[in-house]
Design a protein around this ligand. Structure first.
Ligand SMILES: [Zn+2]
Length: 153
């Protein structure tokens, strides 16, 4: 590890402990994103400190995307969202990771990205909160299914 790598690891929020860890192997970690109003939001983080998909070898890219697709499949099966948003941004943190975000037409930002300003209409927010509570009841099944499925990767 170079001194630049060491500095990045020391300050990068994606390199630190992952209390919401669902599964990991030698190459990547799969974590819940709990501090969000979007139920079932998962992040897949490549362990090595690289910024771009093209920094990975072909075998590494295949492994990363197979994990992303397995998680997406389970999100669709268990949560039945209207859409899955896959995003690899890394603009704020130059550490390769994928966001897997189930979306519903009723969610506060749909059809915009979740990072867009939400609608503040009280009726919309109230309806979404009731729906999100129902979804929250399905999250343990999602998390168990992810851990079980990835053990066989
Ligand atoms: Zn990092």
């Amino acid at each position: 590890m170079t001194s630049t790598d060491a500095r990045l690891h020391a300050t990068c929020p994606l390199c630190g402990p992952a209390p919401a860890l669902l599964w990991e192997d030698a190459h990547l970690r799969v974590i819940r994103v709990d501090n969000t109003p979007f139920p079932g939001y998962i992040r897949v983080i490549w362990r090595r400190h690289v910024a771009e998909m093209t920094d990975l070898s072909g075998v590494e890219r295949d492994h990363l995307m197979q994990v992303v697709y397995r998680v997406e499949t389970l999100q669709r099966r268990i949560l039945q969202p209207d859409k899955i948003n896959l995003a690899s941004l890394g603009n704020q943190v130059p550490h390769l990771h994928w966001h897997l975000i189930p979306r519903w037409r009723a969610d506060p930002c749909f059809p915009d990205a979740i990072w867009a300003p939400g609608r503040d209409d009280p009726a919309t927010q109230s309806a979404w909160q009731r729906w999100a509570q129902d979804l929250a009841a399905r999250l343990p099944a999602l998390y168990d299914a992810i851990a079980t499925a990835l053990q066989n990767t």
